[in-house]
Design a protein around this ligand. Sequence first.
Ligand SMILES: [Zn+2]
Length: 309
Amino acid sequence: MIPQFKSLTEMTARFPDEQSCIDHLTEVRWRDGKFCPHCGGFEKIYTFKDNRTHKCGDCRLKFSIKVGTIFEDSKVPLQKWFVAIYLITAHKKGISSVQLGKDVGVTQKTAWFMNHRLREATKTEAFKQPLKNTVEVDETYVGGKARNMHKDKRERLGGRGTVGKEIAVAMVERGGDVRTFHVQNTQRPTLQNLVKANVALGTAVNTDEHAGYQGLGAFYVHGSVNHVGGTYAIGNVHTNTVEGFFSIFKRGIFGIYHQVSKKHLQRYLDEFSLRYNHRAEDNGAAFLSLLMNCNGRLTYKGLIADDTV
Ligand SMILES: [Zn+2]
């Protein structure tokens, strides 16, 4: 099912018109069998001759394959959405809505909305198997003025200078996936509950010396490096991988998006996680993953309302 393409031209050749996009979305969405997005019925689903209108024999309602997905209610053709999906998954540091608008051929406002809807679709893939082998955990501050953004352990450990900044936690399995979380604080229960929910017990877990990680040794093979003391690696114990992830994230945030509001931070983290987790594959894999998670809707009203996370 994974579409094979390594460039934008190959992708547009694979999906040359609207119907080919609809066919692919139908194949992905009904990969486990047909179902009605209105009532969940699956026994009597009919397809009209136009190959894009379906009807449910249970509730008698007609629907398109876009109903119940992030594409519902969008006037933008699927073909443009597919190009947007390609661009958002192919650019390591993301793509701004200004650039996306130009590349796809929609207004910047529409592109902004598309970008957020696509980010919404990146989040659901996060929870799969627990991370294992060697996992690095770290946290960073995001927000405020760019020049103050560099990770500053003194600030962090002293708890000062973090007003107006948001906290992101990342866990990376070496050679495997990343998981990212927007958290309210770096206290022990917050950090350790996240680790326990995402990392298999007994795994080697590497962190820095932050107090929030102390005590992990009861559940994990906990190794920590003393960054404040200038130690960045002891043998195999280091957090270079997770710091590398945060480095890409921050370059993307400052270079491409310039700033990220509190309520959208998790979506941006999810977007960067999706790309990271598919980094070793052809573009088609990240593309397919995003399409597989296209359920759910995010309305414009929902996006711009409620600025309290
Ligand atoms: Zn139905």
